[in-house]
Ligand binder design. Structure first.
Ligand SMILES: Nc1nc2c(c(=O)[nH]1)N[C@H]1C(S)=C(S)[C@@H](COP(=O)(O)OP(=O)(O)OC[C@H]3O[C@@H](n4cnc5c(=O)[nH]c(N)nc54)[C@H](O)[C@@H]3O)O[C@H]1N2
Ligand SMILES: Nc1nc2c(c(=O)[nH]1)N[C@H]1C(S)=C(S)[C@@H](COP(=O)(O)OP(=O)(O)OC[C@H]3O[C@@H](n4cnc5c(=O)[nH]c(N)nc54)[C@H](O)[C@@H]3O)O[C@H]1N2
Ligand code: SF4
Ligand SMILES: [Mo]
Length: 721
């Protein structure tokens, strides 16, 4: 093998310029984790395509990643380390050498530690890249130095908790089996926008088997437009729908009693509990009609091969964990799990068994070091005693792979905290994000095609290699480099896991996990870790000692992979969680002062805050808008394009209205995440979203926000203050 072939290149000749095709994996925080074929022309990126040979990707990727050339070769990419000049956020910068920048971080971290102890340093990171080495390596530095831990809560907590309390394991039916279903229920995920490959397999089932696609969402989004059955319910009411669907199964004798007797904890208790959860009851709560609920229940009862693809969106509610558990209980009542093409899927996080311990340095972890809640970064940086867990203030940070000034809830407090004069913040980034703008030091980061890493699916079952395919700009450095260089300066470079290359760390993960070697992975491009049929369908038992699905969850003792660390205990109002699948009204309810419910759903052309900088994505999304039902707009005297002021107790922001009958009256949607600076006034959507932890395992309820809306003219005249 030539060295180039070894690195994953396949040479294809073109009459004019040599085009090579490199093989990679999408690094973004998306359940699809697509296998990619990347055109390379003279060291530059051309078209990016989905690998046809990967049977989950199946040759399909989203448009924003197909256009990756515009992101990697973007004129605004950060290229040089820069130090702040003037006040924080004023926009004054001077270039600084890498050596100087790294020395400065080490000096500030040591000073913070000397004054307040090691916990005053908080490395803050998330999933801008999902590569296991480049994303998680910072934990090695954290643990070696006994810096504060991060309790990750921004994305998965409600969803994973709700699934895990029922099924006991975060895995499910092979998502490729959707193609063998007769009914695919896409519940609370806008798959066309957020994980397009779900549609590939669902639409195959429709084409090849005449399967019906049911979509459960709060607005008629791009996915609902593809549905055969569209169920547009009120936000935060999914558990009521699920309860009624199960009620009908018991009432009509379509529930699979033999399955429940063998595989579930207490079907008789569930049946008794659901006796009053009629379609009429659910219609009142969800806003759906009784015939809609009855018809869906009849479909479930008559379609053994029903596949529930449960998303994250409907769990970004204060009742999100019980909503997931309730939806997941439906296929257990009907016994869909028994059948090929039937059952449910949310995440495969528990199937891979990848041992990252050398990368993360978990062996060096000191159990006495505090955790800080990722989503409550505003409160942490503003020094609220209850979130500091008895520890010192945070006075020094390095931020990698995340943009909290934009993506985290309670944005005003996040920005206020980041702007503190006595806080040192270094941000390692690809672009001058809202967070980087508030930093003391900005360091330029590589993109995935410029460094080696290994990835694994969440919404599918592959482990994939993403090797370095092109050279990075000369002054841009990897996350791995920053971690290693800081370790040298902070005196921990001789500790386990340091001093190795990315490739050596990838090799270590694979070997420790019994997943072969790097050479094998390079040759094969990916590995399929899909469990066998019996395991995937939980036919050899659910993930509990008695093997039974729990209709009655133990909310106080969550054991999901991202459950709160023991030192933090349960989160939020746990006592209010329902003992059975049920709707108990945990949401931030609209009231006379805040008559609207706002959801902040992802935009198709962005990925969280990424791609909000590329022209191709920006021009397609046009501008930040507030989607509003025509009746609401008329009542408020707002026409399309008028500037609305949207607010609640957390703050207020302004944006143009888009009148749209895709919504229910009283519900508003803003699709993002746009940069804060894209809004008139310079503050973004997360000003409105709460950071109060969702029960029982924490998390942020991004789609559960009550607001008022006013016309700009009224506001300017002081008429409504
Ligand atoms: N209103 C609202 N807010 C939300 C959500 C919502 O639905 N509504 N969704 C929430 C969810 S689910 C999530 S997961 C969070 C995500 O929030 P983030 O994790 O912050 O989002 P990303 O935009 O994916 O990535 C952040 C940054 O990582 C950078 N990055 C990418 N690769 C690398 C790298 O290799 N090195 C370095 N140093 N940087 C890199 C990118 O340039 C980007 O600026 O947002 C949450 N915020
Ligand atoms: N294009 C694009 N793709 C993305 C992202 C992105 O920002 N843009 N983000 C990535 C990340 S980090 C994640 S975690 C995933 C998330 O992807 P998804 O699982 O799709 O979750 P969300 O996009 O948060 O929300 C999905 C849908 O749920 C709806 N929803 C909100 N509240 C409710 C409710 O109470 N009930 C029901 N039934 N539906 C509700 C929202 O309006 C939205 O249409 O997507 C990833 N992929
Ligand atoms: S963002 Fe998602 S759909 Fe798009 S290429 Fe990446 S993994 Fe695939
Ligand atoms: Mo996420």
């Amino acid at each position: 093998m030539t060295p180039r072939a070894k690195r994953g290149y396949n040479r294809v000749m073109n009459q004019h310029a040599p085009i090579t095709t490199g093989h990679s994996a999408c690094p973004h925080d998306c359940p699809s984790t697509c296998a990619l074929d990347v055109e390379i022309v003279n060291g530059a990126i051309g078209r990016v395509r989905g690998a046809p040979g990967n049977d989950y990707t199946a040759g399909v990727i989203c448009a924003k990643v197909a256009r990756y050339a515009e992101r990697i070769h973007h004129p605004d990419r950060l290229l040089k380390p820069m130090q702040r000049v003037g006040r924080k956020g004023d926009g004054g910068w001077r270039e600084i050498a890498w050596v100087e920048a790294l020395d400065l971080i080490a000096e500030k971290f040591d000073a913070a530690e000397a004054r307040y102890g090691s916990e005053s340093v908080w490395p803050y990171q998330y999933a801008g890249t999902m590569g296991l080495v480049q994303r998680d390596g910072i934990h090695r530095l954290r643990h070696a130095k006994r810096y504060s831990n991060q309790f990750d809560t921004i994305c998965t907590n409600m969803a994973w908790t709700g699934w895990h309390v029922g099924a006991g394991r975060l895995s499910g039916v092979d998502p490729r089996e959707m193609a063998l279903s007769d009914c695919v229920v896409i519940w609370g995920t806008n798959a066309v926008a957020t994980q397009v490959n779900v549609m590939t397999h669902a639409i195959r089932a429709r084409k090849e088997r005449g399967a019906k696609i049911v979509v459960v969402d709060i607005y008629d989004n791009a996915t609902m437009k593809q549905a055969d059955v569209a169920l547009k319910l009120r936000p935060g009411t999914d558990a009521a729908l699920a309860a009624a669907l199960m009620h009908v199964g018991f009432r009509d004798g379509t529930a699979d009693r033999a399955y429940m007797a063998r595989y579930t904890d207490d079907p008789a208790g569930l049946e008794a509990h659901l006796a009053t959860r009629t379609p009429e009851w659910a219609a009142m709560i969800t806003g759906l009609s009784v015939p809609e609920i009855e018809a869906f229940a009849a479909m479930l009862g008559g379609t053994p091969r029903t596949f529930f693809r449960l998303g994250y969106g409907f769990t970004r509610q204060r009742g999100g964990a019980p909503a997931m558990h309730a939806a997941l209980s439906v296929p257990a009542v009907y016994g869909h799990w028994r059948h090929e093409g039937g059952g449910a899927f949310h995440s495969n996080s528990d199937i891979f068994g990848l041992d990252k311990s050398l990368v993360t340095g978990v062996g060096m972890k000191d159990a006495s070091i505090r955790y800080l809640d990722q989503s409550r970064i505003g409160a942490v940086l503003c020094g609220d005693a209850d979130v500091l867990n008895g520890g010192p203030p945070v006075t020094a940070m390095v931020v990698q792979n995340t943009n909290p000034a934009n993506v985290a809830p309670e944005q005003r407090r996040v920005v206020e905290g980041l702007a503190r004069d006595d806080l040192f913040v270094a941000v390692h980034e690809q672009f001058m994000t809202d967070t980087a703008k508030l930093a003391d030091l900005v360091l330029p980061a590589t993109m995935f095609l410029e460094h080696d890493d290994i990835y694994r699916g969440g919404g599918q079952s592959h482990i994939l290699l993403g090797p370095k395919l092109v050279e990075a700009p000369e002054t841009v450095r990897t996350n791995h480099f920053v971690v290693e260089e800081l370790a040298k300066r902070l005196g921990v470079a001789d500790r386990p896991g340091f001093g190795l290359t990315e490739r050596a760390l990838i090799e270590d993960i694979l070997r420790r996990s019994g997943r072969g070697t790097l050479e094998d992975l390079e040759a094969g491009r990916w590995l399929d870790a899909q469990p066998d049929f019996e395991t995937a369908h939980f036919l050899d038992g659910f993930g509990w000692p008695d093997g039974r699905f729990r209709f009655r969850p133990d909310w106080a003792n969550v054991t999901a992979p991202n459950a709160p660390p023991a030192s933090m205990g349960t989160q939020g109002p746990v006592a209010r969680l329902p003992q059975w699948p049920d709707h108990v009204g945990l949401e931030e309810a609209a009231d006379a002062e805040h008559p609207f419910k706002l959801a902040t759903s992802p935009a198709r052309q962005f990925l969280n805050s990424s791609f909000a900088e590329t022209a191709g994505s920006r021009s397609r999304e046009r501008r930040p808008e507030l989607l509003m039902h025509p009746e609401d707009a008329a009542r408020l005297g707002l026409a399309a394009g008028d500037i609305a002021i949207v607010g609640n107790a957390r703050g207020d922001i302004r944006m143009p209205v888009a009148v749209s009958d895709t919504l229910r009256p009283g519900v508003l949607v803003h699709e993002g995440l746009w940069q804060n600076s894209d809004f008139e006034g310079g503050e973004g959507i997360n000003v409105l979203v709460g950071a109060d932890p969702v029960a029982p395992a924490g998390g942020a309820a991004f789609h559960d926000t009550r607001v008022w809306v006013r016309r700009q003219e009224d506001w300017d005249q002081g008429a409504c203050r």
